[in-house]
Ligand binder design. Structure first.
Ligand code: AMP
Length: 383
């Protein structure tokens, strides 16, 4: 593809290559289909959620260079729903086709130390942190940051995996033993008042569209409930939106990115992490917005103009996690007002995201927790 073609919009019928076969790829592929594109999925998994709804699939390991090259040759542009592809794999793909977001964006978000360094240099606040490579480093880091603190692997941690809470000095040795020899980072514990996130897209022309700030509730470290919009003060909302835009600009984003943030008891907004792909806390946009996060993902990757990320309704999104919650599907289908989404996963293991449910409310009419639980009926959060 010549450089000029790389910057013109992808024509209808073109093929978007998506690395990763999960539900984020599935919902991106559905959005791509509506915009007249085909998707080709690269995944390790047979019969993956994304491949079930896509035109083509390559089932291979992400380290299989020949498979990566053949995949790249078969598509017009490449994006991701799975971020942990190796640096060599990324370079190989980027040498053959436009990769959006660019490899540098993935490299930053793959590594918590690179991510926090980038954010702090961009003037974005995070929890205080110290890189940890040895047990001596850990003791020095705890002496600086104090306890409680959270020790995390710098790479490949998600949904609470690859991290340990340190409350007392006795916790240091077992936590270090469990997480090393991987590179680690110690973060000061944030006694947060709320967790929020913003999903932001940036087009090839630099135009930005950011969805409204949402509030997230986790259960067992896994996202359980998202409230859109977040019931937060306007100045905090404005700070969160400004941070998301700043991150998108500073990182040179072309694509879609989620910024996860903490609001501290003092009303400060700190970034926890960024994810350069559609995000679970943006699933509500499918039902509450004229164009969802998946539409904006595809539009930005395809070089199309971005529409404003407006919502026509307020919304609550509840994840369906594990066998117990997906077993509620028959009741969800018959409950008035519940909009169900299933991801086509065969095996409902504990902690696995199987689907989600959205409930819409008129704009400005998002109710309090009790009424939300009532409105979710059979899908109401447990405990
Ligand atoms: P992460 O894998 O970094 O997204 O962390 C998963 C969850 O752990 C977050 O959504 C928070 O609920 C919690 N968490 C992570 N880091 C911290 C921290 N420094 N202070 C308090 N809670 C944290």
């Amino acid at each position: 593809m010549n450089p000029a073609a790389a910057h013109s919009p992808l024509p209808p019928g073109a093929t978007i290559g998506l690395v990763g076969g999960g539900q984020l790829g599935r919902m991106s592929a559905l959005a791509a289909a509506r915009l007249g594109y085909r998707c080709h999925i690269l995944t390790r998994e047979q019969d993956s959620p994304a491949a079930q709804v896509s035109a083509a699939v390559t089932v291979a390991d992400y380290g299989d260079q020949a498979a990566l090259a053949a995949f790249a040759e078969a598509v017009d542009v490449i994006s991701f729903e799975f971020e942990n592809i190796s640096a060599e794999g990324l370079d190989l793909l980027a040498a053959l086709r436009p990769v959006r977001p660019a490899p540098v964006v993935l490299r930053i978000s793959q590594d918590r130390v690179a991510e926090k360094s980038f954010l702090n240099q961009a003037g974005v606040a995070t929890a205080p942190w110290v890189a940890v490579d040895s047990e001596a480093d850990l003791h020095a880091a705890v002496a600086r940051l104090g306890l409680p603190a959270v020790l995390k692997t710098t790479r490949e941690g998600y949904d609470g995996k690859g991290q340990a809470m340190l409350r007392r000095p006795e916790d240091l040795a077992p936590a270090f033993a469990a997480l090393s020899p991987r590179p680690l980072v110690l973060e000061g514990f944030v006694d947060f008042a709320a967790e929020i996130s913003v999903v932001v897209a940036r087009g090839i022309d630099g135009a930005i569209a950011a969805f409204d700030t949402v509030q997230n509730h986790h259960r067992d470290h896994i996202l359980d409930l998202t409230l859109a919009p977040a019931p937060i003060a306007p100045d905090i909302d404005a700070a969160a939106q400004a941070i998301a835009r700043r991150v998108a600009e500073a990182i040179g984003l072309v694509g879609l990115l989620a910024v996860e943030m903490f609001i501290t008891a003092q009303g400060e907004v700190l970034v926890n992490e960024i994810a350069p792909r559609p995000h679970n806390s943006g699933h509500w946009t499918i039902d509450a917005c004229p164009e969802s996060q998946f539409d904006l993902h595809i539009r930005s990757v395809a070089g199309l103009t971005l529409p404003p990320a407006t919502r026509h309704s307020d919304a609550v999104m509840k994840n369906l996690v594990g066998p117990e919650e997906v077993a509620l599907w028959p009741q969800i289908l018959t409950a008035p007002g519940l909009i169900g989404h299933l991801y086509g996963k065969h095996e409902a293991r504990a902690g696995r995201k199987m689907g989600h449910v959205t409930r819409l409310f008129p704009r400005g009419a998002l109710p309090g927790p009790r009424a939300i639980a009532e409105a979710l009926g059979p899908a109401a959060p447990r405990g």
